[in-house]
Design a protein around this ligand. Sequence first.
Ligand SMILES: Cc1ncc(C[n+]2csc(CCOP(=O)(O)OP(=O)(O)O)c2C)c(N)n1
Ligand SMILES: [Mg+2]
Length: 362
Amino acid sequence: MSNRGPSTPSSIKGRLRALEGGRRENETPDLRGVPSTYRGLAEPAMDKRLVHRMMAKSRVLEERLVQMTRSGDGYFWIGGPGEEAFNVCLGLLVKKGQGPEFDYLHLHYRSSAILVAMGMDVADALRQMASKATDPFSGGRNFVNHYAIKEWNVVPGASTIETQYAIAPGTALAQLRHGGDGITIVNGGDAGAAEGDFSTCLNWVSRPGRELPVLILVMNNDWGISTAGHETHGEQPIARRAEPYGIRWDTVDGNDPVASWKKLIEVLAYIRKERKPFCLEVAVSRLHGHSSSSGGARVTDETDCMVEFEARLAQEGVLSAAESKKIREGYAKALAETLLKIREEPDPDPSMVHDHTFQEEG
Ligand SMILES: Cc1ncc(C[n+]2csc(CCOP(=O)(O)OP(=O)(O)O)c2C)c(N)n1
Ligand SMILES: [Mg+2]
């Protein structure tokens, strides 16, 4: 016999009614998008030329990283060509700094454009790709695009997918206690969002009365290595998974920087002010396949945000096709020269292989 006494069909019906009633009390009927007060914001205004420059710089970086697997300058490549439009906008809108007053970033391996827009020296990404001791993120010990920048609250990225979703509520909890408008930003892929860590995140950020200021991003490229999106998820869109937790959610075309900027300024304003989580699913392309494990060749059947944005800028008279080309070529030339110098930098000393594995004394 249970503590509640014998379960009769009518008592179970009563409990179900109570549960449903309780849930409805706290729920907004439609959790799609931000509340109306945050819709249609125009500030901060988007600087299209700046966004383009950062996208071009990021694309050129990723193309060089892919090439390095072929020129013997690096081993394994994984990265974010195809995620530049959204990621550059995000990087430009991050509140950058160290400590809970600023934004924390828990990033997956396709996030280079976020860091480029935040002002990362692209040479450092080459150093990590080349496994050089001068790599400031991991001393030449981690895969490329696995960043860790203490001064900018960029939490060390792991190769196990989606673990970042379970970790992110921790920094947000510190921010809730600290006050201010710093938020936590976590991103990951669509396939990984099928893992339990994603649900853990939704649960921890939405506890009633202790909601956390987290931007939960699902970067949906419709692939998980070689598994197509429709084989992984029955629910569509994935971001709607947030709804039963009382978390607002939305989707955006991540190949469109103008739409991405607009969506981000609304969503970020909401999270910063209301101290509530938000789940945003971003449709993006995967322009060089999964990683060098699958060859890293350029795919041609997916939308290229650079091509589309450059055409748009030319049409709007913001930047001609020739100017765009010149910008890209300039970055490519500078990066090729940088690589020549990086080749001469030292490799990690074998005696340091265990450094930073465990907490050191002092
Ligand atoms: C916990 C864990 N399981 C499996 C893998 C192997 N793995 C690496 S990437 C990947 C696919 C991830 O797909 P998605 O989450 O959609 O991200 P995408 O690579 O498409 O950006 C898998 C299964 C891993 N790294 N970690
Ligand atoms: Mg994917």
